[in-house]
Design a protein around this ligand. Structure first.
Ligand SMILES: Nc1ncnc2c1ncn2[C@@H]1O[C@H](COP(=O)(O)OP(=O)(O)OP(=O)(O)O)[C@@H](O)[C@H]1O
Ligand SMILES: [Mg+2]
Length: 367
């Protein structure tokens, strides 16, 4: 059995989904668990209401809506929302990403082949090349691109009309987008981490789709350890299901969920290995900071981007870490999380450090 989605893709449902899941087909399962309409979307009520209005107005005018930018940490639903936008508009969806567009010509080829009203989803838009970005400005504003033919002094720019379309850009780093690009989006949706109640609903919905038996308290346990992130909730659900099948009778009860998540090193607050490694390095090795993010990344053996885009936003949100102009600083809550007493001799955020590598001056106290 399969279910059809309006973006042209087909995802398995029922038995076929359970089979895909058993085969470890991550992409298929992620796709199949995505809500398809704004009504089906759980949480993000602000973005949902705002976007609902933008789409409704566009539908009633019979015109493609303004360009939409979706910003937020990984796994919160940007791709899901892009697909929902196309589905709600009954428009075809074209998917590409910043890293895939290295030359302006790549973008020109995509833009010139769009159908009228098509939704162009540009994932990781902050990673697009500069020349492509400049072409995109013109396309977004005037539905026109200049295609350069030839090289050197003989090169000529041929203007090319493109049909009205809607760009949906997604980024985990809206701060990296140049102002002129940001300004050309008529609507920006900032996705927030989810509340436990919302994740609870997501876990129960996914359990239904994957035919996993889970109790209310079991679902609650998974939800509360999901780091505010639906993708993680779905992943943890599948890991606790494995545990329940191998070590118990297959039903995910609270004690089973707890035991499984402890095994996978996900703590009660949802902090995972990387989160704890970052806090641990910050407090134990750098005295609570301030320390530059590159140094911190080296200390935990990760890429700087991973620390910045994956670990930090959640730690900041939970009040464990502060980003200051001079570097990252542990809050008293971070020390307590590690079972350590916060230092009392230095005020929060004032600890001098020799390790600021990329956040301005490396010495003295903050003013
Ligand atoms: N509001 C939601 N309700 C239910 N499930 C959701 C919701 N948002 C996301 N999900 C689930 O979480 C998974 C990840 O979402 P999605 O791929 O849209 O995240 P993303 O923001 O695009 O992440 P990335 O930045 O890594 O591309 C999806 O498979 C979907 O099932
Ligand atoms: Mg995505």
């Amino acid at each position: 059995m399969t279910s059809h989605d309006d973006s042209g893709g087909t995802y398995p449902a029922g038995r076929a989904l359970v089979a895909a899941e058993a085969a470890g087909d991550e992409m298929t399962v992620e796709g199949a668990l995505r809500p398809r309409t704004l009504d089906e979307l759980i949480g993000q009520s602000r973005v949902r209401d705002q976007l609902g209005l933008v789409l409704e107005a566009a539908r009633s005018r019979g015109r493609p809506p303004d360009h939409v930018l979706l910003a937020g940490p990984p796994g919160l639903g940007k791709t899901t929302l892009a697909m929902i936008i196309a589905a709600e508009l009954s428009a075809p969806l074209r998917v590409t990403s910043g890293p895939a567009i290295q030359h302006a010509g790549d973008l020109a080829a995509i833009l010139s082949s769009l159908a009228e009203g098509e939704v162009l989803f540009l994932d990781e838009i902050h990673r697009m090349s500069r020349p492509a970005e400049e072409m995109l400005y013109m396309a977004m504003e005037d539905f026109r691109v200049d295609v350069v033919v030839g090289k050197g002094p003989g090169a000529t720019a041929i203007p090319l009309e493109i049909p009205p379309f809607t760009l949906v850009g997604a980024t985990t780093r809206s701060g990296l987008l140049p102002g002129p690009l940001r300004d050309r989006f008529g609507f920006t949706g900032h996705l927030e981490y989810y509340e436990v109640d919302e994740l609870d609903e997501i876990v129960r919905r996914s359990a239904r789709l994957l035919e996993v038996q889970i109790t209310d308290t079991g679902a609650r346990e998974v939800a509360s350890r999901s780091r505010g992130t639906p993708r993680i909730a779905n992943r943890l659900l599948r890991r606790v299901r494995d545990y329940a099948q191998v070590r118990a009778d297959g039903v995910v009860r609270q004690d089973i969920a707890q035991a499984a998540l402890n095994l996978y090193e996900v703590d009660e607050e949802g902090l995972d290995r990387l989160d704890r490694a970052v806090l641990d390095a910050l407090c134990r090795r750098f005295g609570g900071g301030p320390v530059g993010v590159s140094t911190l990344a080296v200390a935990v053996g990760e890429e700087r981007e991973t620390v910045e885009e994956v670990a930090e936003p959640f730690l900041v949100r939970r009040g464990y870490l502060a980003r200051t102009p001079r570097g990252r600083v542990a809050t008293p809550a971070a020390w307590r999380q590690l079972g350590l007493a916060p230092p009392t001799d230095v005020a929060f955020g004032q600890a001098p450090s020799l390790f600021d590598d990329d956040c301005g001056a490396g010495e003295g106290n903050a003013g």
